[in-house]
Design a protein around this ligand. Structure first.
Ligand code: ATP
Ligand code: MG
Length: 281
């Protein structure tokens, strides 16, 4: 059970905290947080998507308007709210969100004088897990997916300090591996200092276009670099996936049958299967 915070109830007897991170912008972090979260909820997991980006794209994509974001991840990080205070339901049964807004732009100055600033999210998650444990009759969150901003800043540092593992989306385009060594170094550094349990959960190839040799080459290079950490499931470039957020819907609600939906369902299945093997080992 290494790497798990034990708890009771729900589909899993534990809460798995996964930071979805890559400091490169536009690689599919938010799309993966929303749609992997939805796919995990669809197979019976209770999932929390925690939006940790001032752009608030995960919140928007989950249908939470800016006005509806009464308590946000900023409040959680600065001690103004617990995670449970800030949690909101979504249109997907079993999928919940802690929204974010532009308040997060000011997080550096808000936490400037606080010596414990890398641990703010970890402490909030620990409090949530403790609360869940004391309420044994209720289903607890089996997954917390943290949507990180495109930067290795204090927010991503908080996410990686709170997480068991990092899920890295890599876009199938020419500069895919740019910055990846720096990301790997950061994960190593955080493991050596703030969070010894941190590991790479896996790498997911996104926006893959099977018709182009470039996509195939990039996929091969990423597999050569990360080896078996790369999921077999590849998320195809699919216009329906790109359209869904403007309707405030995950792709599984917007168009269940499209290739993007089916890929995210396969990814969820692959992740659960790997976790089973990991727990059994
Ligand atoms: P940021 O670094 O700005 O937070 P991100 O890594 O979260 O970006 P997304 O916002 O998920 O990336 O995706 C970037 C853009 O690519 C968005 O417009 C999104 O709709 C689109 N996109 C993501 N995945 C796919 C896909 N599989 N097919 C087509 N478009 C996609
Ligand atoms: Mg994003």
């Amino acid at each position: 059970m290494a790497g798990y915070v034990s708890g009771v109830g729900g589909a899993h007897a534990s809460t798995r905290v996964v930071a979805i991170a890559n400091q490169k912008g536009g690689v599919g972090k938010t799309t993966t947080a929303i749609n992997l979260g939805t796919a995990l909820a669809a197979v019976g997991e209770k999932v929390l998507v925690l939006d940790l980006d001032s752009q608030g794209n995960a919140s928007t994509g989950l249908g939470i308007s800016v006005e509806a974001r009464l308590r946000t991840s900023f409040d959680v990080l600065t001690g103004g709210a617990t995670i449970l205070d800030a949690v909101m339901p979504t249109a997907v049964p079993g999928l919940f969100a802690v929204p974010a807004n532009s308040d997060l732009v000011g997080i550096d100055s808000a936490l400037a004088a606080d010596q414990t600033r890398p641990f703010k999210l970890r402490d909030a998650v620990t409090a949530l897990v403790g609360h869940q444990r004391s309420r044994s009759g209720e289903a607890h969150f089996s997954y917390i997916l943290i949507d990180c901003p495109p930067s290795l800043n204090i927010l991503t540092l908080n996410a990686m300090t709170a997480a068991h593992a990092v899920l890295v989306p890599v876009q199938c385009e020419f500069f895919a591996l740019e910055g990846i060594s720096q990301l790997k170094d950061s994960i190593e550094q955080i493991r050596a200092t703030l969070n010894p349990r941190l590991e790479i959960q896996g790498v997911v190839l996104t926006m893959h276009d099977a018709r182009t040799s470039l996509s195939r080459e990039v996929a091969d290079n990423v597999r050569a670099f990360f080896g078996p950490k790369v999921y077999e499931t590849v998320i195809p470039r699919n216009t329906r996936v790109a359209e869904a957020p403007s309707h405030g819907k995950p792709i599984l609600l917007y168009d269940y049958d499209c290739a993007g939906s089916q890929a995210y369902i396969r990814l969820a299945t692959e992740i659960i299967e790997r976790e089973r093997q990991y727990k059994a080992a």
